[in-house]
Design a protein around this ligand. Structure first.
Ligand code: NAP
Length: 294
């Protein structure tokens, strides 16, 4: 990848980690890979299962479908009412598992209860788990087996790599331990030889831990939860948060960006940081799945 523009956050010394720019470059390279597949008669296809009427989920799915289209991936969105039965969803997953024209499958989270999202995940073939969040794919992070990486943490690692930020030997602190974000993030950083601390809602003296971080990943889901005082001078700060706040337009991250940028050496914005990288990783995993299955 040709070198990235290095933008400094105005009024600070912090490098802006521009996820939008990196994601755009990834999309350009994916388009070329899609053309190679097309020459072999293969169109990569992502099938999406969307259950219920959660407006945020509908927006995310639309964004992902548009992103697929932008690189030449076919997207197939199957929508179901929340009243659908578990067996109908499982039958659909089995059909996609067996369909050679479908290369990747995404089960949009959350699947509304009483439907069993975990059971759906277990039905999905690991070969098509391009979201990287089924038990097999997550287990592969522990064992080192090949699998698709969970998109948000994989996007964060890819962003750090794009800016040539070293990980090995660094103290990485991950705030949040969700199955889709905090836990796989911690394991991916560990696999890259960082020393990793995982924090969560029962962690004591949180700020004393975050202030030790060379790389701080905020995956909390609380607007501007990480303050400038919680950051070590010179740290790399990654904000995975997307929060809706009444009275404010747009999404607000988990980090107080302006305060943090005064202290950090590098920081991701919200929007334009982790979000576009997550979508780019979904596209990348889908193209890789098509290459593997073709
Ligand atoms: P989640 O499942 O709600 O997990 C939040 C984590 O934060 C939990 O592990 C929780 O600890 C921890 N936490 C809550 N309060 C805390 C506190 N006071 N101190 C320390 N830790 C605390 O959320 P998620 O799905 O991981 O998402 C986290 C954020 O990332 C959200 O803003 C979400 O919108 C965003 N996100 C962004 C993307 C993207 O593409 N950019 C993708 C996914 C998620 P416990 O485990 O103890 O409850």
């Amino acid at each position: 990848m040709e070198s990235l523009p290095r933008t400094i956050v105005s009024g600070t010394n912090a490098l802006l980690l521009d996820g939008k720019a990196v994601a755009q470059r990834i999309r350009v390279s994916l388009r070329a890979r899609v053309e190679v597949l097309a020459a072999r008669g293969v169109t990569p296809c992502l099938a999406v299962m969307l259950v219920g009427d959660d407006p945020a989920s509908h927006t995310y799915v639309r964004t992902k479908a548009n992103a697929c289209e932008s690189v030449g991936i076919r997207s197939l969105v199957q929508r179901y009412p929340a009243s659908v039965s578990q067996s109908v969803l499982e039958a659909q997953l089995e059909a996609w598992n067996a369909d050679p024209t479908v290369h990747g499958v995404l089960i949009q989270h959350p699947v509304p209860p009483p439907l069993d999202e975990g059971a759906l995940m277990r039905r999905l073939s690991p070969r098509k788990d391009v979201d990287g969040i089924t038990p097999t794919s997550l287990g592969a992070l522990l064992t080192g087996d090949p699998a698709f990486g969970a998109c948000t943490p994989l996007g964060i690692l890819t962003l750090l790599d794009a800016y040539e930020i070293p990980i090995e030997g660094k103290h990485a602190v991950v705030v949040g331990r969700s199955v889709i974000l905090g836990k796989p993030m911690a394991l991916m950083l560990l696999n890259r030889h960082a020393t990793v601390t995982i924090c969560h809602s029962r962690t004591r003296e949180l700020a004393s831990l975050t202030r030790q971080a060379d790389i701080l990943v905020a995956a909390v889901g609380k607007p501007e939860f990480i303050t400038g005082a919680m950051i070590k001078p010179g740290a790399v700060v990654i904000d995975a948060g997307y929060n809706r706040v009444a009275g404010r337009t747009g999404d607000v991250g988990d980090v107080d960006f302006h305060a943090a940028a005064q202290v950090a050496a590098a920081i991701t914005p919200v929007p334009g940081g982790v979000g576009p990288m997550t979508v780019a990783m979904l596209l990348q995993n889908t193209v890789l799945a098509a290459e593997q299955q073709a």
